[in-house]
Write a protein that binds this ligand. Structure first.
Ligand code: NAD
Length: 522
C-alpha cells in the first residue's frame, strides 16, 4: 500500500508548518484497497488557504474509473454482507485504534488543506472518531425484535445492509463528516464509495489508508474524486442504493431530488443560520466567551457556528465587551502557536464574505468590528478575514437572510423572550440554536416553542454525541428530516428491515378447506 498523498505513512512524520509546502503531486483515488493515480486530464488545484501555495491537484475521475469503483464495491458486497457482525466489529476496533494513533497526522492534513487551527483540527478528528467508537457497538445496534404475535406464531425483524452506498462530503470537516459515513455504512454490512470535498480530500485519503490497515477487505471502502460530474455519476448509477450528503442547500436540494427520483435513499444535511438568544439573567462572562468561540472558531465555517445573536433587552449594552473579546482573538496560520482562527477556504469565499459585510453597511447596519483587510505578517497571501461584528441588523438584510460561512457575527435586538422566539422561528433554517439564561422556566419555554432541531441551553454548539443523532430541522435538512446522521437513525438509514413471520404448530392441520379471508392472527 502506498502512503496517502502529500503525507508520510508514519504517524510521526507530517507537516507542522505552512512553510515550503508546494505541490507534491496529484492526489490518488482509492479503489480495491489501492491508491491509484487517475488517468484523467482534468484536475482541480488545491491551495493551502493560509498561503495559497499549490499543495496537490485533485483529479476529476474518469467515468471508467468511477465505474471501476462501483464494480469493486459491488464485488466486495457479495462477501462483506455475509461476514458476521462480530468480525466487522473487530475491524472497527482496529480502525478506531489506528485513528487514535494517526490523530495528529490527520489533523495536520486538515490544517494544511482546510486552514483551521491544529487544535481545532484535532477536534474535527475526535468528533468523527467518536462515531467510529459508537459503531463498535454494532452487535447491539443491529439487533432485531421478536414477538409472539399469535398462538404458535412469531414475527421477528432483521436489519440487512442495502448494498453499495455513497457519501458526498463538504470541505469544512474533512475528517468528521467522512467518519459520519465510513463506520456506520460498513459495520452494518454495506460497501462504500465516498467522495470527499475536492477542496480538501487529504484526511479522507488517510482514513482510507487506515481502513486498509484495519483489515477492511478490498473494495469495502473506496474514495473517488471530482466535482459535479462525480456527483451526477453517483446519483445516476443504479448499483448505488443510498446517498449521504452533507453540504450547502444548492447542491443538497439538487442531490436529494435527483437521487430520490432515481429511487435511492438520500439523507442530506444542509446549510444553517444558527441563532443564540441571550437573556439579561445569564452568566454574562460565560456567555461572552461561548458566543465569541462559537461565532469565530474555525473562521465561522461550521454548520453549527453561532452566526446570529438575538440580544434581549439590555444585553445589547454588552456589545462593546463582546467586540473586545472578539478583537483579542489571534488570526493566523493554523500551525502557529496560539492561533485562534485560520483563513477561510478560498479567495472566492473571502470575496463573498466581504461582499456580504459590505451589503450590510449599504443596507444600514453598523459594522461594530471590521475584520476586512487584516493580514498576519507571516502570511501575506492567505484568505484572511478577522472577526467581524455587525449590529443593528434587521431580518430583511442580506447578511441575515444568507448563510455567511465566515467569521462574522450578525446581531439583532429584541425586547422580550417571545420576540426572540418568534424571530428565530421565522428564519427558514433550523439547524441549531442556543439560549443563554440562568432561569430554568425560561429555558424550558424556549425549548418547547423553538423550531430548531438542536438546542443548546448555555451550550453554544449543541452538536449531539453519536449515541444521539444530528437532528437539524426546516431548511437545514432535506426530506423533512426523515433521515438523520449517526446514532440509531444512522443505522436505520444504512439498513433495510426484513420481517419474518413463522408458525410452528405442534398440532396437525385437520380441516380440508382453505381459509380465504385475510389472516387476523387473533
Ligand atoms: P457544497 O454544497 O459546496 O459542497 C458539498 C459537496 O457537494 C462537495 O463534495 C461538492 O463537490 C458537491 N457539490 C457542490 N456543488 C455541487 C453542485 N452544484 N452539484 C453537485 N455537487 C455539488 O458545500 P461546502 O461549501 O463544501 O460546505 C459548506 C456547506 O455545508 C455550508 O452550507 C454548511 O452549512 C454545510 N454543512 C452542513 C452540515 C450539516 O450537518 N447540516 C455540516 C457541515 C457543513
Amino acid at each position: 500500500l502506498q502512503a496517502a498523498p502529500g503525507l508520510d505513512t508514519t504517524a510521526t512524520s507530517f507537516p507542522t508548518t505552512h512553510d515550503k509546502i508546494q505541490q507534491v503531486g496529484n492526489s490518488p483515488y482509492f479503489v480495491n484497497n489501492q491508491f491509484v493515480q487517475s488517468s484523467t486530464t482534468q484536475f482541480i488545484d488545491l491551495h493551502d488557504p493560509a498561503t495559497n501555495n499549490l499543495i496537490t491537484r485533485v483529479p476529476q475521475n474518469t467515468d471508467e474509473e468511477l465505474k471501476a469503483a462501483v464494480a469493486s464495491a459491488s464485488k466486495a458486497f457479495e462477501t462483506w454482507r455475509n461476514t458476521s457482525v462480530l468480525h466487522r466489529q473487530q475491524i472497527m476496533f482496529k480502525f478506531v485504534a489506528l485513528i487514535r494513533e494517526n490523530w495528529d497526522r490527520l489533523a495536520a492534513s486538515i490544517t494544511l488543506e482546510q486552514g483551521k487551527t491544529f487544535a481545532d483540527a484535532k477536534g474535527d478528528v475526535l468528533r468523527g472518531l467518536q462515531v467510529a467508537e459508537a459503531a463498535c457497538g454494532a452487535s447491539e445496534l443491529l439487533k432485531g425484535e421478536v414477538l409472539e404475535v399469535a398462538k404458535d406464531m412469531e414475527t421477528r425483524t432483521y436489519r440487512e445492509p442495502l448494498g453499495v452506498v455513497a457519501a458526498i462530503c463538504p470541505f469544512n470537516f474533512p475528517a468528521m463528516i467522512p467518519l459520519w459515513s465510513i463506520p456506520i455504512a460498513t459495520v452494518t454490512g454495506n460497501t462504500l464509495i465516498l467522495k470527499p470535498s475536492e477542496r480538501d480530500p487529504g484526511a479522507a485519503l488517510i482514513l482510507a489508508e487506515l481502513c486498509q490497515k484495519a483489515g477492511f477487505p478490498d473494495g469495502v471502502v473506496n474514495i473517488v474524486h471530482g466535482a459535479h460530474r462525480t456527483v451526477n455519476f453517483i446519483l445516476d448509477e443504479p448499483a448505488i442504493k443510498a446517498v449521504s450528503f452533507v453540504g450547502g442547500n444548492k447542491a443538497g436540494e439538487y442531490i436529494f431530488a435527483r437521487g430520490s427520483a432515481n429511487g435511492k435513499r438520500v439523507q442530506a444535511n444542509l446549510g444553517a443560520k444558527n441563532h443564540a438568544a441571550v437573556l439579561p439573567d445569564c452568566n454574562k462572562n460565560q456567555f461572552l466567551n461561548a458566543v465569541v468561540g462559537a461565532a469565530f472558531g474555525a473562521a465561522g465555517q461550521r454548520c453549527m457556528a453561532l452566526s446570529t445573536l438575538v440580544m434581549v433587552g439590555e444585553t445589547k449594552e454588552w456589545l462593546p465587551e463582546l467586540a473586545e473579546r472578539a478583537k483579542a482573538l489571534s488570526v493566523n496560520g493554523g500551525f502557529e502557536e496560539g492561533a485562534d482562527l485560520g483563513p477561510v477556504i478560498s479567495p472566492q469565499s473571502k470575496a463573498r464574505v466581504e461582499s456580504l459585510i459590505a451589503s450590510a453597511e449599504a443596507e444600514g447596519a453598523k459594522i461594530l468590528l471590521d475584520g476586512r483587510g487584516f493580514t498576519p505578517a507571516k502570511y501575506p497571501n492567505g484568505n484572511w478575514i478577522a472577526p467581524t461584528i455587525i449590529t443593528n441588523v434587521t431580518p430583511q438584510m442580506q447578511c441575515y437572510t444568507e448563510e455567511i460561512f465566515g467569521p462574522v457575527l450578525v446581531c439583532l435586538n429584541v425586547d422580550t423572550l417571545d420576540e426572540a422566539i418568534d424571530l428565530i422561528n421565522a428564519n427558514e433554517y433550523g439547524n441549531g440554536t442556543a439560549i443563554f439564561t440562568r432561569s430554568g422556566p425560561t429555558a424550558e419555554t424556549f425549548r418547547r416553542r423553538i423550531e430548531a432541531g438542536q438546542i443548546g441551553i448555555n451550550v453554544p454548539i449543541p452538536v449531539p454525541l453519536p449515541m444521539f443523532s444530528f437532528t437539524g430541522n426546516k431548511k437545514s435538512i432535506a426530506g423533512g428530516g426523515a433521515s438523520t446522521f449517526y446514532g440509531k437513525p444512522g443505522v436505520s438509514f444504512y439498513t433495510q428491515l426484513k420481517t419474518v413471520t413463522a408458525m410452528w404448530s405442534a398440532e396437525d392441520a385437520i380441516s380440508k378447506k382453505a381459509d380465504v379471508s385475510m389472516p387476523t392472527h387473533s
